[in-house]
Design a protein around this ligand. Structure first.
Ligand code: SAM
Length: 235
């Protein structure tokens, strides 16, 4: 008799392709080797249990830290909830560092994807919702012939405004999508957005990262974007 150790380690559970293949293999193996023992360990569930017990252990400290952080933020920091193209709030040449992950072209309906947060905040997502009206690159506008052109114009305006806010020698950290050869139209548009950044700033550093499938979309078929780049520019 043999003993088989079957280790599962995917957070996707039932939705994992590799687990479905492995399950099918184990089922067929059991039929042809009924005498063998199969031990299954689900590492993800084990790790999750461990993580939750650690969180519970430290929850008291975390809460205290966060309460302090939020009360300091409320006292000392200012949050503007506005269209980034609204040029009124921040004075020119006053900012040391901007960190932004801007909208990607025709990728997501950001406001709708946050509808539960809006519901929780008591803000209706009606056609009068300003965030919805001013949303750059929204997926729902992708059928419009000039959607990509409009995205580029909006991003060029944003970059000009951001540049005017940063002091000489200040930094901008920008996250940008990396479209492949199968998406040439969006690749070209992002290239033009980058040209605008490079016209106004000096590139200091860039990092590439793979976006984990679970972060990209609930349905893997929609998760077309696999990579992003993070750029650090100096004015
Ligand atoms: C890629 S998401 C990044 C979100 C956030 N920075 C984060 O990392 O979780 C882009 C964000 O830009 C917001 N956005 C779209 N158009 C905007 C506009 N005109 N002014 C300000 N924010 C806008 C979207 O609502 C969305 O939250």
């Amino acid at each position: 008799m043999s003993r088989i150790l079957y280790i599962k380690a995917s957070p996707r559970g039932e939705r994992s392709y590799s687990i479905s293949v492995a399950d099918a293999f184990i089922a067929s193996y059991k039929t042809s080797n009924p005498q063998d023992e199969i031990i299954t360990i689900n590492l993800f569930k084990k790790d999750l249990k461990y993580l939750i017990s650690r969180l519970q252990e430290h929850l008291g400290n975390i809460k205290e830290g966060y309460d302090q952080l939020y009360s300091e933020v409320a006292k000392n920091e200012t949050i503007f909830h506005t269209d980034v193209r609204n040029n009124e709030h921040v004075s020119s040449d006053s900012v040391d560092l901007i960190v932004t992950s801007p909208s990607y072209p025709n990728m997501t309906d950001y406001v709708k994807s946050q509808r539960l947060s809006y519901y929780w905040l008591g803000i209706p997502i009606s056609s009068a919702n300003n965030d919805l009206i001013s949303e750059i690159g929204a997926r729902r506008k992708r059928q419009s012939k000039d959607a990509l052109k409009k995205y580029l114009e909006d991003m060029q305006i944003c970059i000009k405004i951001l540049s005017s806010k940063v002091r000489e020698g200040g930094f901008v950290c920008f996250v940008m999508p990396l479209f492949g050869r199968n998406d040439l139209k969006r690749k070209r548009i992002i290239h033009k957005v980058m040209s605008e950044l490079e016209r106004l700033f000096v590139k200091e550093k860039e990092f590439e990262r793979i976006i984990p499938a679970v972060r990209r979309a609930h349905n893997i078929k929609w998760a077309t974007l696999e990579r992003e780049k993070i750029f650090v520019f100096r004015k």
